[in-house]
Each structure stands twice: as C-alpha cells, then as structure tokens.
Design a protein around this ligand. Structure first.
Ligand SMILES: [Zn+2]
Length: 480
C-alpha cells in the first residue's frame, strides 16, 4: 500500500465533490455562538445541539441519544451507526462548544459570521472543533451512511470550560466500549503534513506563599532589614530556571523528541515572539514543549504597576502551572517541584507550598492495529505523505476520561485542524483542503480497521521510524 490505489483516488474525488456541502454544514454550525463559558447565554449552545441532531439525521444517523448531567447546559450527543455484524467499534469524539471570540477588534471579520473564501473558512470555532464535526458528517456521507465499522459518535457541548461530562465515561465505561477511540480535537503539525498526536503533557497547579511580617510596613522606615515577602518569593521563583532558561528542578522527566516538530522559526511565528527576544531553554524544541516539563508563573500577588505602594510586603503568593512529561505521574512531578521550592528558603524564610490540581498526561501506544490503520488512512488522504507524530503541550482531559473508562481501546488523536489555524485566537480558520482530506482519512480509517491487520507490508513509510513500530512505545524512551 505504498501508492494510492484507484479506489482511493475515487474516494478522494468523491470527497472533493462533497466539499461544498461540508462548507455549508461548517458555516451553519459556526454561525451559532455556542460558547459554554459562564456568563454566556444557554440558547446558542442548545441551538447548536439541535443543529447537530438535524445534521446527523441528514446523513442517515437514526439512533441519536444524549447525556445531560447536572451542571451541563447542553447535552452531549451520543449517536450510533451500526456496522456489519462482527465489525470493530470506533468511537469518534469532538465538541461543539467554542471559546468566546475574545477581542473582536482583533478580528478582520465578525467572529460569528463565518467567511468562506477559495481555500478556507474564517470564524470562531471553525477549526476548534466544528471543522471536525463537518468532517465526521462528511465521512458518513462518503460511505452513504453505512460505515464498515460500528460507529459511536460523541459530540460534547462543554469541552472548553470545566466539563462535568468528563466524569461520565469513567462512571459508565460500558457506554464507551470500543476497539478504537478517535479524539478529533486536534490536527496536523502544519497544513499538508498528516499527523497523529501521540502524547499530551500532564498538568499540576501549585501555590507558593511567603509570609514575613504581621502586616505591610512603610518601605522607608523598615525596608533594608524587614524581609519583603515578594522579594523572597521572587528569589525562590528565580531558582526554577538556569541562565539559559532550562528548568533547574530535579526529578522532572525530559527526553528528546523524535517525532515531527516545528522549526525554531515556525515556533517563533506561532508564539508571536518579538524580534530580538530569544526562545528559552536548550536542546530540541519538542523536548522543551512536549516531552519535557515546563513551569509558568500564572499568578503573583502584587499591586499593579499602575498603583504602586511604598510598603514592604508582609505576604505574597504565586500560583505556578507545571506541565509534565506525558508519561510521568503528575503527582510525582508536582512533589518534585514542591520539594525544590521548599528547599529554597530565600533569606532563610520558609515557604508554604501547596500542590493543587494534578492531571496526568497521556502517551499513546503506537504499535496496535488501529494506530496502523490510522497511519494508512492519513497517508492515503494526504497523497502518500509521510505521517508524523506530534505531542501537545497541554492536556485534553477527555482523553484521560476515555482512557480510564476503556484502557484497552486504542486512542487516536487526529483531525481537520492544523498548527496554523489560530484556534482560541482572532481570525481562526479552517482550511478546506485539510477538511476534505480528513473526511477521506476517517473513511479510510474505518475501512482499514474493518479489514483487520493484514500483516507486514500494510505499514508504509510512516512506520519505518523505529519509534512508531515499537509496540513498547508507551515507554517514551523508545519513542522519543
Ligand atoms: Zn477543542
């Protein structure tokens, strides 16, 4: 299967014919400001839910249920499409809520009035993740509503803001039984480069506090001998990195990254790093952002610079966010960071360190039949391009929820967006070519998985990477 067969070419041609209808569906959904954040109206979220049910019916899905838990405004759609008897089951997940538009002044066009041009749709939520919904609908159209696998489609309406739905899969694992679970809330490293996301970093929140005086004191009268809590805290925080920006905390796992990655220039552009400002840290970029830890000071108690106060601070708190190597237990990494901070004792002052919420990361095994089927599917959809592997620096909690519910199901992360889609930012966009190819990828994935493993030779160029053929690749030492 090194080339693209005539069947595949025909499939791609049919998908291309479907593109206008995909765009119509995407535009319809993207017009609905389905923001689930607190303070936003419920109606659009419910409208989006209704629209989805209609769209699913339109592509022939007969069985559509919902999960609505306390604390959820809009239900999670659970739709089933039975496959042939004995066919494997594929669960496909994505979400229909979107983040708010943000500063609308930064958008070239109104965020909820999607604009279609020759190669893209621009609007809030088109890439995260309504494009993926359009792709799932398109793939069902492509197989005339009769996939060769049993499909369970799960579309959530509360992904972006503190989802309570995440509790559902671990509590009802039988509802999520599947051979493969596709989390279509991600995409390619860059347009044209088919990518499977195999790792997600874990995350830990931590509060650090310095207390030095009964109360704040005049800095002229007491400064110089009375210990300033902010300065003490800053000294401790400054110990977290060395002069080059590498983490200087023992016990945080980091390994070289061997999958696809960004160039430094691409990353600078994506991150919007100002001219003359260097990137921090050394070594390959992937190990800094994906297969290594990162600490960010996400809050710090201090008067704003616009309202300074001549006082020695009696106490100060900082909140840190620690991102953890995908395979290191988050608690373990959190304790390593806490131990480092407690050992600092700036000016001899003990710091109070509290480890807060900790969520483990995820590292997908890369040797199973569904992974191989996905590689074949992506390579086919992108005209034989080599399939790269990627990790994400952030977490997708639903991945862990599915993993807890169904540890034996292979989790696959791919989808229609890409690293340049500007998700969560202004002028978010979905490329039409990527969308159409994702439709093909889903259909070919179902076909390949249904056909079952056909031995060596089905794997193509993407699997010549020793990391991706290694069934022991849950050990990132072997994979990255
Ligand atoms: Zn998303």
């Amino acid at each position: 299967m090194t080339g693209i067969s005539s069947d595949d070419a025909a499939l791609a041609a049919r998908a291309a014919e479907l593109t206008p209808s995909l765009v119509d569906r995407l535009v319809r959904l993207a017009r609905i400001p389905s923001v689930a954040a607190p303070g936003f109206p419920a109606e659009p979220l419910l409208d989006a839910h209704r629209a989805l049910v209609e769209e699913l019916r339109a592509v022939g899905v007969g069985q559509i249920d919902q999960v609505l838990l306390d604390g959820m405004t809009a239900p999670t759609v659970v739709a089933d499409v039975p496959g042939p008897p004995g066919a494997p089951t594929v669960l496909v997940y994505t979400h229909y809520d979107v983040v708010p538009a943000g500063d609308e002044g930064l958008w070239d066009t109104p965020p909820f009035e999607p604009v279609v041009s020759a190669d893209r749709v621009v609007g809030r939520g088109v890439a995260d993740s309504k494009g993926n919904i359009a792709a799932i609908l398109g793939a069902l159209q492509l197989v005339d509503g009769r996939p060769p696998v049993t499909l369970r489609i799960v579309l959530e309406g509360h992904e972006e803001f503190g989802s309570v739905y995440e509790e559902h899969p671990p509590a009802h694992p039988e509802l999520y039984a599947a051979d493969a679970i596709v989390i279509a809330d991600v995409g390619n490293v860059r347009p044209g480069v088919p990518t499977l996301t195999i790792g997600l970093r874990g995350s830990v929140t931590m509060t650090v506090e310095a207390r030095t005086l009964d109360t704040d004191k005049h800095s002229g009268q007491f400064g110089g001998a009375a210990p300033d809590a902010r300065t003490a805290l800053i000294r401790a925080l400054a110990s977290l990195h060395d002069a080059r920006g590498d983490l200087a905390v023992a016990g945080l796992r980091r390994e070289p990254w061997t999958g696809a990655s960004y160039t430094d220039d691409e990353f600078r552009e994506l991150a919007g790093v100002l001219p003359g400002v260097p990137l921090v840290g050394t070594g390959d970029l992937g190990s800094r952002i994906w297969s290594g830890a990162a600490v960010t000071v996400i809050a710090f108690d201090a008067p704003p610079a616009s309202a300074p106060l001549n006082a020695v601070a009696s106490s100060a708190r900082a909140v840190l966010n620690l991102r953890v190597h995908p395979a290191q237990p988050a608690r373990e990494a959190g304790e390593a960071l806490a131990a480092h901070l407690r050992a600092q004792r700036p000016f001899g002052i003990d710091l109070d360190v509290t480890v807060g919420e900790a969520g483990d990361g995820f590292l997908a095994p890369t040797g199973g039949p569904a992974f191989r089927a996905a590689q074949t599917a992506l390579r086919t959809a992108w005209d034989g391009a080599e399939v790269g592997t990627l990790a994400l620096g952030g977490s997708i909690p639903i991945v862990m929820a599915f993993h807890e519910a169904q540890p034996g199901a292979e989790k696959l992360l791919f989808g229609a967006t890409d690293g340049y889609a500007n998700i969560h930012g202004p002028n978010e966009r979905q490329l039409l070519d990527e969308l159409t190819r994702t439709v093909v990828a889903l259909a070919v994935f179902w076909r390949e998985l249904a056909a079952g493993p056909t031995g060596p030779g089905t794997a193509g160029p993407g699997t010549t990477d020793p990391g991706t053929t290694d069934p022991g690749a849950t050990d990132p030492g072997a994979d990255r």
